[in-house]
Design a protein. Structure first.
Length: 161
């Protein structure tokens, strides 16, 4: 049995190749060329407009823009210093299994790493939208904000609770 843990979309093919190579070697199997090396991953598109704030969503950008068209409030920025909009939070929860504001503010938007103070200021907006999507109460919202603020203090100790 071979176990692969971790990784992300950008490295999954290399990880799979390494696992297959180990299996071929250890089980004395015959090797064959992969038929997936040229298959596009989810979100692939021929042309990318790198000037668009949503370019990193690839083909899913159209779905996010559709959400904004249906509910223009989702087009509002999360924080004035960043291009991230509310629709990205809803998308992350509904389509990408995002369940904590830390996940959104650190890994998906990278706000925590780019501007700690701004990310803490955005935390209540993110928590409220996530709570609405996840059907959570105000206690959950406050707990998320408190936990995130504690995390942010690691990066910028002068953050006020």
């Amino acid at each position: 049995m071979i176990t692969i843990a971790g990784g992300k979309w950008t490295t999954y093919r290399k990880m799979a190749e390494d696992a297959v190579n180990v299996a071929v070697q250890r089980a004395d199997l015959s090797a064959a060329l992969s038929g997936t090396s040229e298959l596009p991953i989810h979100g692939y598109q021929e042309q990318t407009d790198f000037e668009s704030p949503l370019y990193y969503y690839g083909s899913d950008k159209a779905h996010i823009l559709d959400m904004i068209q249906k509910d223009p409030e989702l087009g509002e920025k999360i924080h004035p210093a960043f291009d991230n909009v509310k629709a990205e939070i809803v998308w992350a929860v509904k389509e990408e299994m995002c369940e904590a504001i830390e996940d959104f503010l650190a890994r998906r938007s990278r706000m925590l790493f780019l501007d700690v103070k701004a990310s803490v200021e955005a935390a209540p907006i993110v928590a409220e939208l996530m709570a609405a999507c996840l059907v959570k109460d105000t206690g959950w919202v406050q707990k998320q904000i408190n936990e995130y603020t504690l995390l942010a203090k690691i990066y910028l100790p002068s953050i006020n609770s």
